[in-house]
Design a protein around this ligand. Structure first.
Ligand SMILES: *[C@@H]1O[C@H](CO)[C@@H](O)[C@H](O)[C@H]1NC(C)=O
Ligand SMILES: *[C@@H]1O[C@H](CO)[C@@H](O)[C@H](O)[C@H]1NC(C)=O
Length: 216
């Protein structure tokens, strides 16, 4: 229990990541400004060479289905949806076919960009004797607003994050005090033991002296 600080930091980190994910899923973009649509898919087997293609799909708020928005493969990005011509830039991994970041950037957000975006990763892992295909996707709901406002969910989760960090910090202090006391008590115990030993030796030598005296 006394050497578990690592665990506390791990919990803290995990909590921050969870909060970040929660905040990410509720997203606002500001009209007439740029906006980055983030999408990251980490390769689990870092040592295995791979290639990946990223495709983005878009469903405007009054559409029924997703339509193909953008594709990036073999270092070439292509805007497919005419609504986004000249307005999209690749913000993902550069100069590699082994993509881990598939983010794109909308240069000038309009109100018509409100809707659902989906990023799909198709990755091929190249093992020595075979290839293995994996897919991952992420959905982002974008709300276009005149100015950036903060959603209640985002404020709430930030407050919760600080409350729990302070709570964990307090726990850490309590545990440190507890450990300190335990160590101090153990120290006293050791002192008492060595004092007892010292007395025992002293009385032994006294006996010896007595023995010597008797012999005399
Ligand atoms: C963004 O688009 C609006 C209208 O769609 C236009 O008035 C504005 O000049 C554009 N801004 C930039 C930086 O291109
Ligand atoms: C994303 O792309 C935009 C437009 O090209 C650029 O201004 C911005 O710096 C890029 N951001 C990153 C992190 O690459």
């Amino acid at each position: 229990m006394c050497h578990d600080n690592d665990g506390i930091y791990r919990v803290k980190l995990l909590y921050m990541i969870l909060v970040q994910l929660a905040v990410d899923s509720d997203t606002e973009a500001v009209a007439n400004q740029g906006f980055k649509l983030g999408c990251i898919s980490c390769k689990m087997r870092g040592e295995v060479p791979a290639t990946a293609a990223v495709n983005w799909y878009f469903k405007a708020s009054d559409d029924d289905e997703f339509s193909h928005l953008y594709s990036y493969e073999d270092l070439i990005g292509d805007v497919i949806d005419p609504r986004f011509y000249e307005r999209l830039d690749w913000n993902g991994s550069k100069q590699t076919k082994d993509l881990q970041d598939g983010s794109i950037y909308i240069l000038n957000v309009t109100y018509n960009d409100t809707g659902t975006y989906q990023c799909r990763f198709n990755r091929v892992l190249m093992y020595p004797n075979y290839e293995f295909q994996t897919n991952a996707s992420k959905t982002i709901i974008i709300n276009v607003v005149p100015r950036l406002t903060r959603g209640m969910a985002s404020i709430f989760s930030e407050v919760m994050m600080y409350v729990s960090i302070i709570g964990l910090q307090f726990w850490l202090v309590v545990e440190m005090v507890y450990c300190y006391r335990k160590i101090a008590a153990a120290g006293e115990e050791a002192l008492r033991e060595s004092a007892a030993e010292y007395l025992a030796i002293a009385s032994e030598s006294k006996d010896n002296c007595a023995g010597v005296q008797v012999a005399e």
